[in-house]
Design a protein. Structure first.
Lengths: 552, 265
């Protein structure tokens, strides 16, 4: 593996690709390339950048490519979105449909809906591009979600990457906003129903709700403004912030260097992997086309959001099975789970708790996600830099918190499809809702304890394997007549992987300079005990030495 | 304690009889008026012969009377069938919903238990007991109406339970609005006319026969013109799409990342 290099020692790279390829210096083509490269370099000094960036090392692991999937889906969204703007009319001016789709002929609709139908049925390749755009959006947010889970469960958000977690979190929120504004643009029945729910949530805010709703919609819902406003957000403001944030996110990846999993030779001071040039540039470039290909394949064969079925928006009809796209599902689910009729009237003001409670709960959940790195950093009191990733089992409390969060999210998410669960599994919708209500509350607690115990058990197993190896099943009789089973020791590489992790102990309560123990300190000590009271210590060299003497 | 005088003495002994007679005259007269309009409709239905009514009567006694009563007056287990008409019988028996396999949230569709002739005989028999909506004629079912009007009516009146594309949806307590794809025009018409299970009745004053034909036209248009965008994923909307991207989209992409980062041997 001569291409494995340390990024802190870039000159050591022996480039097999270039050394293997026979030099073709005398052809016209290469002479032209050399001249062109020289021309540009003499005017821009770009070779320094190329040298620096081209020697950037990225470790190889499938889970490190999830963020790339998000980036590439975003590029696909930008490309297809640009095409769609050529034909889309973001206006709610009423027109009469006269296109080729028979069941809508003569129906009055907004220009937005009319042009979305025109894109679908009259613009050459329009439907394909629309479907690529929408499927890519679903994949974009799904891959962001998976990427965040990878970062969370491997502890990649620890110092020095806390800020990049926050930027990534903002990207996730921006992606949700992009998704929702896009979903609302065609002004079909589905998007209008979605907006109506947002309108309801806004109006549920005490005192100012109605005012804000009128401000957003430019009058009584649905008004004649909203599509144009959402369009500006969708194609101008949000993408601009998104692109800036993505750039910042990637700059930080370069500044911090990539994390890596523990392994022989991998330390906090190096990164072992392949350089950008030529390996990753080719690999990542190819991967872009693979992701684009997967999306295009899905979009060619599978309908997404058939607006022609939904028809133009009209506030009176609501279709069965009206749901938001999957990434807003958790919010829809929260509204479905809250018991109906939770309202109180105090001094002439109605407080819709059935709206306010979900908003507050979701807000707290999202805030926890955003702030988790800070909380964990404070609880552990760990100010060191971490470039080696945790295996999830080696951080049992974090993994358990993650499992609880995933369970809670999944329950809300499932609740958004409660009606379809009911029809497809032939259940009563009330039973489904009650079951999910119980899951949303009890599920995270159960998941927390199961995940924590499983992690600790796996750590014990690792410890056992590192110390004793595997039972080989080979029974040997010793000269003295004693029978023993020979244990097969794991090799050094494997053992390294099993034993390399940080050990944390609960923080001691210490008095401050004035000799007082503050409440904050007590809280911190209690949280630290919660995190690290149950733990499996990593094995030490002397453990191994003792063990290898005992056996054989 | 002075007893109050018996009030009964203040009325003529025959007052009750007269009152009943007047009541009967009103209801009977009203009933006669009502039937004269309704029978006009019944007469246009398929010819019911005396023999088919007799056949239907036997079938009814053997298969339906347990729950609906020997005279279709209804019992604790099943509603009265007075006035439900031939259309209702044709829908319930023709789609296999009746006879019920078991009591449940709602009658489930299953392979019909009776032949077309037997179903007709049952319908004739029930229609002979009292007037009610007739089985629609072939010219009411031609799917050549106005699909635009049908689509609008469908979205306003039907989509909240049956979904905009007629894919069905959930109702309360385990009941549901069924998928309308592939349902015979006749049954769609009869369902609108008679309101089976939890469905409301859309009578001819509410949705005219022409409107009903338009709705059927729209549904048949959707059925005969599959989505230009490709497979429809059951027309279930964003849930199906989300499930698809998470299983197949993310599944494919993750499989590819694993492949790309696999160590070459």
């Amino acid at each position: 593996m001569s291409t494995i290099e340390r990024s802190d020692a870039p000159h050591e790279i022996v480039d097999p690709v270039f050394s293997d390829v026979p030099k073709a210096a005398n052809t016209n083509a290469s002479r032209f390339t050399a001249a062109a490269a020289n021309y540009i370099d003499e005017r821009t000094s770009i070779s320094a950048v190329v040298k620096e960036f081209g020697r950037k090392i990225f470790p190889d692991h499938w889970s490190f490519m999830l963020g790339e999937v998000a980036l590439y889906s975003f590029v696909v969204i930008l490309l297809t979105g640009t095409f769609l703007t050529f034909f889309f009319q973001a206006s709610m001016a009423p027109v009469t449909y006269s296109g080729p789709f028979v069941p809508l002929k003569g129906v009055e609709m907004s220009s937005a809906m009319d042009s979305a139908l025109k894109i679908s049925f009259e613009v050459r390749g329009g439907l394909l591009v629309r479907q690529i755009h929408h499927w890519a959006a679903l994949l974009f947010i799904a891959s962001i979600g998976l990427h965040m889970l990878r970062i969370f469960f491997t502890g990649a958000f620890r110092k020095p990457r806390e800020l990049n977690w926050t930027i990534g979190f903002l990207l996730f929120i921006l992606a949700l906003a992009e998704g929702f504004t896009g979903y609302s643009l065609p002004d079909d029945l589905l998007s209008g129903n979605g907006l109506r729910i947002i309108d309801g949530m806004v109006k549920g805010v005490p005192f100012v709700g109605t005012w804000i709703s009128y401000l957003i919609f430019g009058g009584e819902f649905p008004g004649e403004q909203i599509v144009g406003r959402l369009y500006t957000l969708h194609i101008l403001l949000l993408p601009a912030i998104l692109v800036a944030m993505i750039a910042l996110h990637l700059v930080f990846v370069v500044v911090h260097k990539h994390t890596q999993y523990a392994g022989p030779g991998k330390t906090n001071q190096n990164v072992i992997g392949y350089p950008v040039l030529p390996v990753y540039a080719a690999k990542a470039g190819g991967f872009f086309f693979i992701v684009f290909g997967v999306i295009a394949l899905i979009a060619s064969f599978f309908t997404i959001n058939p607006i022609w079925n939904y028809g133009p928006y009209d506030p009176s009809p609501v279709s069965a099975g009206t749901q938001p796209d999957w990434y807003i599902g958790f919010a829809d689910g929260a509204l479905r789970l809250i018991p109906p009729g939770l309202e109180s009237v105090i001094w002439g003001h109605t407080y819709s708790w059935n709206i306010l409670i979900p908003i507050v709960v979701l807000g707290l959940f999202i805030a926890t996600v955003a702030l988790y790195p800070l909380v964990e950093g404070w609880v552990t009191g760990d100010k060191r830099e971490h470039h080696i990733l945790d295996r999830p089992r080696n951080a049992p409390t974090r993994t358990a918190i993650g499992a609880a969060g995933v369970t809670f999210y999944a329950a809300l998410w499932a609740a958004a499809s409660s009606d379809l669960i009911a029809t497809h599994f032939e259940l009563s919708i009330e039973a489904v809702i009650h079951a999910i209500q119980a899951t949303a509350i009890l599920g995270p607690i159960i998941a927390y304890f199961i995940a924590k115990r499983v992690c600790l058990a796996l750590q014990k197993k690792d410890r056992e394997i590192a110390l004793h190896g595997f039972e080989s099943g080979r029974i040997v009789r010793l000269p003295g007549g004693e029978y023993i089973e020979v244990h097969q020791q794991v090799d050094e590489y494997e053992r390294w992987r099993l034993v390399t992790f940080n050990e944390y102990k609960p923080l001691m309560i210490r008095p401050n300079a004035k000799g007082k123990i503050t409440g904050t300190q007590r809280l911190r000590a209690r949280m630290s005990r919660w995190f690290f009271e149950d733990r499996i210590a990593p094995i030490t060299k002397s453990d191994v030495a003792r063990q290898t003497h005992d056996h054989h | 304690m002075a007893r109050k005088p018996a009030k009964a003495n203040r009325r003529h002994p025959l007052a009750t009889v007269v009152l009943i007679a007047i009541g009967l005259a009103f209801t009977g007269g009203g009933y006669a008026l009502f039937t004269s309009t309704a029978t006009a409709q019944t007469d246009t239905s398929a010819t019911s012969t005396a023999s088919s009514v007799a056949e239907g009567s036997k079938l009814f006694a053997a298969n339906c009377a347990t729950c609906h009563g020997l005279n279709s007056e209804g019992t604790g287990n099943g509603p009265s069938l007075i006035g439900v008409g031939a259309a209702s019988v044709d829908f319930q028996v023709g789609t296999g919903r009746m006879p019920l396999a078991m009591q449940g949230p709602q009658a489930m569709e299953k392979p019909p238990q009776f032949t077309a002739e037997q179903t007709q005989a049952l319908a004739d028999y029930v229609a002979s007991l009292s007037p009610g909506p007739a089985i629609p004629t072939a010219d009411q079912l031609t799917a050549n109406g106005n699909a635009t009007n049908g689509g609008e009516l469908f979205r306003i009146n039907c989509a909240m339970c049956h979904n905009v594309a007629g894919a069905g949806g959930a109702l309360t307590e385990g009941k549901f609005a069924p998928d309308l794809t592939g349902v015979d025009s006749k049954y769609i018409y009869e369902a609108m006319l008679t309101g089976p299970q939890n469905m409301p009745v859309f009578n001819d004053h509410n949705i005219t026969p022409e409107d009903k034909r338009d709705i059927i036209t729209y549904l048949k248009y959707l059925q005969n013109n599959p989505s230009p965008g490709g497979f429809e994923l059951g027309n279930l909307g964003p849930v199906a799409e989300g499930l698809f991207i998470w299983i197949f989209g993310i599944g494919a992409v993750v499989a590819l990342t694993v492949w790309l980062t696999a160590k070459s041997n």
